[in-house]
Design a protein around this ligand. Sequence first.
Ligand SMILES: CC(C)(COP(=O)(O)OP(=O)(O)OC[C@H]1O[C@@H](n2cnc3c(N)ncnc32)[C@H](O)[C@@H]1OP(=O)(O)O)[C@@H](O)C(=O)NCCC(=O)NCCS
Length: 175
Amino acid sequence: MEIDPTAVSLRPFRISDADDFLSFAGDDRVTRFLRWKTLASREEALATIRDVCIPHPWRRAVCVGDRCVGFVSIWPGSGNDRCRADIGYCVAREWWGKGVATRAVRMALSQVFGDFPDVLRIQAFVGVDNKASQRVLEKAGFTRDGLLRKYAYLKGNLQDLYLYSFLSTDVVPAD
Ligand SMILES: CC(C)(COP(=O)(O)OP(=O)(O)OC[C@H]1O[C@@H](n2cnc3c(N)ncnc32)[C@H](O)[C@@H]1OP(=O)(O)O)[C@@H](O)C(=O)NCCC(=O)NCCS
């Protein structure tokens, strides 16, 4: 069943998110589609929040209530690539299928063009097997630009990836 969309919010990471962070960043079912290695301990979770999540240009904890159940990140390009940014996200396994990621991506889209005025395009690279992530992007209003054959290695396996994009002039679909 879909969650009440107003229960989902984005906020900066806090050190106190370490246990919640480990519950998804330590889960192979979540990290299999991410470049991250699966975290193995609370200490690794703490260090990742402190050294990666908090200093990140735009990484938000995805929260249900005040509990962190995932993340959404935007990486803006620089120089001649400053017109675009890459998006990435994940949600803890127990929350899958309730609309949390779609809500989080929509909220990110409604904020980032204001936060990064040079960015006109948000793009996502998604494995051809990652049907849930493709569906999230489609529900959030992204367009599939094309298929990138044998584009990158993920966890040692060479992947075909779909490239999706959302422009600042695209409209975030209503809930
Ligand atoms: C991808 C991910 C973020 C989706 O999170 P979520 O909160 O479950 O997403 P939502 O509930 O908003 O939407 C998921 C959609 O995918 C659909 N879906 C899930 N598994 C599917 C499958 N195997 N085939 C087709 N559709 C699928 C769901 O039915 C839902 O669509 P619907 O609302 O039309 O029914 C989550 O699965 C995850 O964290 N995966 C691991 C990390 C990851 O893949 N990140 C993205 C890297 S590009």
